[in-house]
Design a protein around this ligand. Sequence first.
Ligand code: 3EB
Length: 339
Amino acid sequence: MSRPMHDAARNGQARLAVDYVATDAPLGLLRGDDVLAVFGFGHAAPAALDDPRYLRVPLEPHGAAPFEVWRANAPVMRGCDDGVRWASDGELMFGVIEVPEQDGDVQAAACIAYARMAAFTAGSRTPHLLRIWNYVDAITFGEGDDERYRAFCVGRARGLGDFDVRSLPAATAIGRCDGERVVQVYWLSSAAPGTPVENPRQMSAYRYPRQYGPQSPSFARAMLPPAGSAMPLLLSGTAAIVGHASMHHGELLAQLDETFHNFDALVGAARGHDLSLPPRFGAGTRLKVYVRDRDDLQPVADALQRRFGDAVPCLLLHAAICRRELAVEIDGVHGHPPG
Ligand code: 3EB
């Protein structure tokens, strides 16, 4: 027997809608009892709103500064336990952990954050990690294996403990630019497992060769949501990397084009699992575009306007990419246009 859509919550079906909302009154965004998370960006956004569902990401937006809103199934429960701020509708969990670095030890802070996240999610109704965002200050500071991104990768893997690379979540790891040495990790996990997707144009990050550090980065290129859920494909941070090599050093717009070639291939691979996914980015896509140099923000905004017009909501953020030669990185979600 088929059930009507509004029974989704009782049906055990995950639902997630991601939107960018312009408002002067973010508190109002938290009023909905289907709201799983709200994100503000940059110094103008409130630092806190006395609600674990709200998080400020310390990256400055370019131009309009919307809030990002995640809606799930009502009712959403929430709390703060074991150093974790969380919200959950029983099918999906949003969680956030912020760990200050002791004496700049990013490896130790990442290890603590990941061990805490792993323990918290494993003990919850929503143990399957779908997607993780990592914000680390001064991410390319330090030389060789002392580079802070490499140290972060070591701490992340240690904190995760034993894991199978074939079930790693999708992820973003980006440099915050505010000088606060706090490792900020937030995630989306679910009651039912998703399906990780790799990119045929890119080597799996967890197989990167030794030249990129002692611990290869622990993430999948994308995550398909649990079968039967009303959720978009979750796209990891994607840049102008082909195989394992960075392309187009010093060529901003060529890097942007290469990044979209990578997305075409990634969405193609995801469509191998779910042919109903639109082959092209459109009204069901949301992109967060991370740009390293302030002076590149407007050229990237112009290029996105030429490529998509207003068809694809994009949020531009000033942020450091974890390889110095990469000028731009993009993540987001991709699904069906709102019906
Ligand atoms: C790359 O493709 C670019 O370490 O979690 C993208 C997404 C990148 C996630 C991570 C790193 C991470 O390797 C960098």
